[in-house]
Write a protein that binds this ligand. Structure first.
Ligand SMILES: [Mg+2]
Length: 304
């Protein structure tokens, strides 16, 4: 992946983003010494919706304080969760285990991306290059195995491990990325008991049919062997099944489970991407980027 962006690359990015077939006359033949062209290109590149969000994650003390606070609060909750025999972080509809919970080994379920591992360098590359997520560039980033831990997560992992709590990684990273993912987790100091703790996209779950990237079946699988003390994620779907991805349905789910947040469920802030965003444009990823952007602008709450 390129570490720096040339003027020519930025020009290509602008054309990609705008979907424009013709080149503006001021940019025609732009070279490295064409200052007006560079200014125009830079201005256009800076219009990426994710610029501030990625910078907040990468450069603000506030983001780090936020995640450190969350994991510290979760550590403080761990003893009570362990000591309470019927404590369960799976919603009843997702628990198929009928034996007493007290007989099961304790575990926590953690999503990986933007929960345990910080992929903001990948997001930064997309912003710098005027690109959007795709599976090829994502897989290449994962194979680099360079993601850093989210601030505070290692302290939580150490506390969990010291209390005999297994960490399960329930992720929508594909199964073929398992080796790179576990190597990255291990390299940053996260406990990896064995390969069974990776519940990636495509994990077969007997008697449960997975729909898309929905995690319900894999949560049920975890519940067969473990008493799930806590769940950690950066998406609502990391915790409970999201049947309809609309802003209203998501708000209703939040209301239904409000009491569990900060107790059994721990939500990491992720302003850079997530299902909340397509919910704003009716999940219409097939729409051109400018059209999606315009629909998002219409969602701004400007009421006094
Ligand atoms: Mg995630």
């Amino acid at each position: 992946m390129r570490a720096s962006v040339s003027a020519a690359l930025l020009l290509a990015a602008v054309l990609f983003v705008s979907g424009c077939a013709s080149m503006p006359s001021t940019l025609s033949g732009a070279g490295a010494s064409d200052a007006p062209a560079r200014t125009a290109v830079a201005a256009a590149a800076a219009a990426d919706d994710n610029l501030n969000a990625v910078l907040w994650v990468q450069r603000s003390a506030e983001y780090q304080a936020n995640t450190i606070s969350l994991f510290r609060a979760a550590i403080d909750q761990l003893d009570e969760a362990l000591a309470t025999p019927d404590w369960d972080a799976l919603v009843p509809a997702e628990r198929t285990q009928t034996a007493p919970l007290a007989g099961l080994a304790p575990a926590v379920i953690m999503d990986i991306d933007e929960t345990v591992l910080d992929n903001s360098p990948y997001q930064a590359r997309l912003v710098a290059n005027g690109e959007e997520y795709d599976e090829v560039t994502w897989a290449a980033w994962v194979e680099e195995r360079k993601a850093r831990p989210v601030p505070g997560v290692l302290e939580f992992a150490r506390a969990a491990q010291a209390s005999g709590v297994t960490i399960l990684y329930l992720s929508n990273r594909a199964q073929h990325l398992q080796e790179a993912t576990l190597a990255n987790l291990h390299a940053v100091g996260m406990p990896v008991k064995d390969e069974s703790v990776f519940l990636g996209l495509g994990t077969h779950v007997e008697g449960c049919e997975q729909h898309g990237s929905e995690k319900l079946c894999r949560r049920r699988l975890a519940g067969r062997d473990y008493r799930v003390l806590m769940q950690f994620g950066d998406q609502l779907g990391d915790f409970v099944e999201v049947i309809a991805n609309s802003t209203q349905a998501r708000a209703a789910l939040l209301d239904a489970h409000r009491d569990w947040f900060g107790e059994r469920w721990w939500m990491l802030a992720n302003p850079t991407y997530g299902s909340w965003e397509p919910a704003l444009f009716n999940n219409a990823w097939s729409e051109p980027r400018p059209a999606r952007r315009e629909t998002k602008r219409e969602a701004l709450d400007i009421a006094p």
